[in-house]
Design a protein around this ligand. Structure first.
Ligand code: COA
Ligand code: AMP
Length: 648
């Protein structure tokens, strides 16, 4: 590392100054390579790393450039070899189908070896891409691990996305095979996946092999010559005694691509390397989450999100722990006691979820009447991420569960927490509203527009000085240029997180919101720019603006303002309904786009920039002042009126 890159101290005082955390951070500061060399000992390598970091490779350097390993071997085989074969690896709990299943490490190995053999038979080899479009069932995780076993690259697409979003990902990754299921189950309906996939393949004009896991709730029609019955092929492979061994890959080879919202409708393909990722996850399982091999770790998210990749699948499994795959919601499946039931039933040691799930539980059961029947004595910690954890929710959870409630901040791009409270090293004092302190590996700075650090308690852009630690994205899929432009160019020498916030005098970091047009709806990251593209493509719409407005349950929900073209005679209410349907069809139900409001004009500056920030303040009932550069002051009154007439 150059002198310029000498990490700044997180300045944790007073309680934390001599903490194990401060010591660990100082150890990393003093010798980052030695820190990660030591951490790499938790992973089983085929060829152990002799070089830890090469600043000359890749866009900003690469971790463990000469090492080789296999992720599936690290997640399964080595635990079987070490005598954990009969221990549960996966607990599947599905209140929406009224089913439960426990898969041991032995069982998981057998399932993954066989499915990997099926995939190999379909032509999948090292470096090929496989898309996984599946609900929260064990087969989805088995699919991920089988792909990894072959040294191929998986790309999981969240089930709540519509066909065009899936099509974009198919076009970008060019998968050899797609793994899917006949349906997903939402409390209100059975979601048939196959018609969505068929439509996506038509839009992308692609014809990969498709492996369909048939579920009894809705069976899928198979297309002759393209689609295969999952269970049938697995059964045949098993009868033939087929089994695929783990293929060693370079530590720098991609394990997966995970798409996330950018500022346009075209999502960004975040690449995750294999070696650095496993090293970082292993470090966090012990030091951040304090989970031992054999303990149960439950991440109530979805494998379609980064949180699911890291802490439903790879983190707990490489740690030899037991992971819970929960196919249900925090409320309504059947009630707001569902999380407490799962924790009690399986002796969950730590729960990781999004604040929105707690808000949903609290709304239904504010006095926790549904808690007492369950034994939560094994639950040591609650971790929250995905969106800002509002102090009210954090305090409610702490008072309800009487355990530390830990907010931690990260992004799809980083793959693991940038800031957090490392429980395994000794929990630091919790400050509600703060995601605590930078993890070793992250040199976090709060800067102004000129890339100069701002004083404590001052808001600024949050950046991470390069290099990023192991596990963070080395680049975007086949797009180094977009990676450089989008993340590394604005603040030279640093990665731009696109989050804004501040550090307090104890070095605690407070994340206050995004600096771009990304919004967080129920912990799901969405692009308002992408929604605007859908609205703008409507023939009646002249211009539009989508903003995220505060919502007591989901944190934020999108709200679209549209100006109709002159001469349009259709009833605005009908157009608004049509716009809502279009966003659902083109982006997906997960966007939760339910508010389209027709206005006569949009508030703009004299140079034509839409005043989205002021519109948001008005919608959220916050104090706002008239921007000096506004072209037409009355346009803001019109926005306020329109919101009022929609009951907002
Ligand atoms: N497949 C298909 N559709 C899906 C889906 C999936 N995997 N996940 C969600 N959807 C649909 C829902 O059915 C819903 O559709 P609807 O408009 O027909 O009702 C829509 O997408 C929005 O879903 P959701 O965000 O789940 O909202 P909700 O109102 O149904 O439930 C919460 C609200 C708070 C209970 C829910 O958002 C939740 O559990 N959030 C936790 C989020 C989380 O874990 N995030 C991960 C980041 S760590
Ligand atoms: P995703 O890539 O989907 O994980 O979303 C990442 C974004 O979610 C971050 O850039 C933040 O804006 C937000 N986010 C995630 N965790 C937190 C947190 N603990 N506090 C505040 N915002 C968060």
């Amino acid at each position: 590392m150059t002198a310029d890159n000498t990490p700044s101290s997180p300045d944790v005082t007073p309680e934390g100054a001599n903490s194990a955390y401060a010591q660990a951070y100082a150890r990393w500061q003093a010798d980052p390579e030695e820190f990660w060399r030591e951490a790499s000992g938790a992973i089983s390598w085929v060829r152990a790393p002799s070089r830890i970091f090469d600043p000359q490779e890749g866009v900003y350097g690469r971790w463990f450039p000469d090492a080789t390993l296999n992720a599936s071997y690290n997640a399964i085989d080595r635990h079987v070899d070490a005598g954990r074969g009969s221990q549960p690896a996966i607990i599947y709990d599905s209140p929406v189908t009224d089913s439960k299943r426990v898969i041991s490490y032995n069982g998981l190995l057998s399932e993954v070896q066989t499915l990997a053999a099926v995939l190999a038979d379909l032509g999948v080899t090292q470096g090929d891409r496989v898309i996984i479009y599946m609900p929260m069932i064990p087969e989805a995780v088995i699919g991920m691990l089988a792909v990894a076993r072959l040294g191929a690259i998986h790309s999981v697409v969240f089930g709540g996305f519509a066909a065009p979003e899936l099509a974009t990902r198919i076009e970008d990754t060019e998968p050899k095979v797609i793994l899917t299921a006949s349906c997903g189950i939402e409390p209100s309906r059975v979601v048939a996946y196959k018609p969505l996939l068929d439509e996506a393949l038509r839009l992308a004009d692609a014809r990969p092999a498709v492996l369909v896991f048939q579920r009894p709730q809705a069976r899928a029609e198979l297309v002759e010559g393209r689609d295969h019955d999952w269970a049938g092929l697995v059964e045949r492979a098993r009868e033939a005694g087929l089994s695929a061994p783990p293929v060693p890959v370079k530590a720098t080879d991609p394990l997966y691509i995970l798409y996330t919202s950018g500022t346009t409708g075209k999502p960004k393909g975040v690449v995750r390397d294999t070696g650095g990722y496993l090293v970082a996850l292993a470090w966090t399982m012990k030091n951040l989450y304090d989970i031992k091999p054999g303990e149960v770790f439950w991440t109530a998210s979805d494998i379609g999100w980064v949180v699911g990749h890291s802490y439903i699948v790879y983190g707990p499994l490489i740690n030899g722990s037991t992971t819970v795959i929960y196919e249900g919601k925090p409320v309504g499946t059947p009630d707001a006691g569902a999380f407490w039931r799962v924790i009690g039933e399986y002796n969950v040691a730590a729960l990781f979820t999004a604040p929105t799930a707690l808000r949903a539980i609290r709304k239904e059961d504010p006095h926790s009447k549904l808690l007492p029947p369950y034994d939560l004595s094994k639950l040591r910690t609650l971790f929250l991420a995905g969106e800002r954890a509002d102090p009210d929710t954090v305090n409610w959870a702490r008072d309800t569960l009487k355990i530390p409630v830990i907010d931690h901040w990260w992004q799809t791009e980083t793959g693991w927490a940038i800031t957090g409270n490392p429980v395994g090293l000794g929990v630091l004092p919790v400050k509600a509203g703060s995601s605590t302190v930078p993890m070793p590996g992250y040199d976090v700075r709060i800067v102004d527009e000129g890339n100069n650090e701002v004083p404590a308690e001052t808001m600024g852009s949050i950046v991470i000085r390069l290099p990023l630690p192991p596990g963070c994205l080395p680049t975007l899929w086949r797009n180094d240029e977009r990676f450089r432009d989008g993340y590394l160019s604005e603040f030279p020498g640093a990665y731009k997180t696109s989050d804004a916030g501040f550090k307090d005098r104890d070095g605690y970091i407070f994340i206050m919101g995004r600096t771009d047009d990304i919004i967080n709806v129920a912990g799901h990251r969405l692009s308002t720019g992408g929604m605007e593209e859908v609205l703008a493509s409507h023939p009646a719409v002249a211009e539009c603006a989508v903003i995220g407005i505060a919502d007591s349950l989901k944190g934020e929900v999108p709200c679209g303002f549209v100006v109709l073209k002159s001469g349009v005679t259709d009833n605005p209410a009908d157009i608004e309904k049509d716009l809502i349907a279009r966003v659902r069809e083109q982006i997906g139900p997960v966007a939760a786009f339910r508010l389209a409001i027709t206005v006569g004009r949009l508030p703009k500056t004299r140079s034509g920039k839409i005043l989205r920030g002021t519109m948001k303040k008005i919608a959220d009932g916050q104090a706002w002042s008239l921007p000096a550069t506004i072209e037409d002051p009355q346009s803001l009154d019109e926005i306020a009126e329109a919101l009022k007439s929609h009951g907002l």
